[in-house]
Design a protein around this ligand. Sequence first.
Ligand code: 3HC
Length: 305
Amino acid sequence: QADTPAAKPGAGDKISRVGVIGAGQMGAGIAEVCARAHVDVLVFEQTRELAAAGRARILRSLDRGVSSGKITEREREQAAWRLRFTSDLGDFADRQLVVEAVVEEEKVKTEVFRELDQIVTDPKAVLASNTSSIPIMKLGMATKNSSRVVGMHFFNPVPVLPLVELVTTLMTSSDVSERAEAFARDVLGKQVVRSADRSGFVVNALLVPYLLSAIRMVESGFATVEDIDKAIVLGLAHPMGPLALSDLVGLDTIKAIADSMYEEFKEPLYSPPPLLLRMVEAGRLGKKAGHGFYQYPASGRPSAK
Ligand code: 3HC
């Protein structure tokens, strides 16, 4: 069982009880950074098995934090104590901030917001989505009080990348956006940029056409996977090339983001290329599946497909 810690004094208008929905790559990362920031975190997963996998993912990442000297053994233990898991969304009634990080599907996310709206009755509570591309307004309109709905978009790996995109809709109250921003900045120590409520927000609006272009390059035989990645790492000093990054994000997620952006803007540059569709159909979803543009043995470095 978790302890009941208080948030750092004066931080984020006293948000000290956070809920995270989903313990996949992003949800686990968000829960981890909250727990490391002394916040009481309750994580929802649908089954005990998924919850156990989520907890294991977070513990592995905390271990990494210890081995790279970012946190002490004691901080790792304390962060682990602050994390509780549940399969009952009803347990979220006392949360002051909930961050939804379920699969990138509008229907699933709107259903989560519809339920959350009924469970979290405090009108000051913030209901946030980590969606990569779905307009926040669509999620807000699934609730009766869309003034408390915002986008808080984190980046993978969440413990490493310092950015949060804050997305407000035509309906979000300034009090809610300020509380969300203060929490991300003062409690989590993230840097915040604000974006209009347009599919893809700032980062994915620029990133996704680039990733899709790299996939089209592979598809047309323009260059190999390895050479495209090498060119970008060595020629542009990016930490990783676009195909390795696609594997890290997950090809299913990239397809879902591209679909949302295409629906919003109707621009061919956002339409997912056939190679991406085929790889998703084949289950070659990237790092999490052990196989994408590269293969990922259970341990060790990625190798060419
Ligand atoms: N948890 C905790 N720490 C981690 C970590 C994790 N999951 N992954 C890496 N780290 C830490 C390591 O411990 C290491 O710390 P140290 O330098 O103090 O020892 C540091 O990060 C670097 O890690 P590595 O040495 O293992 O590996 P690399 O130097 O190759 O870095 C990387 C790996 C951090 C993933 C780096 O390649 C990178 O930043 N890549 C770009 C990632 C990116 O662009 N992400 C955004 C994707 S878009 C997105 O998320 C939005 C969504 O909507 C699609």
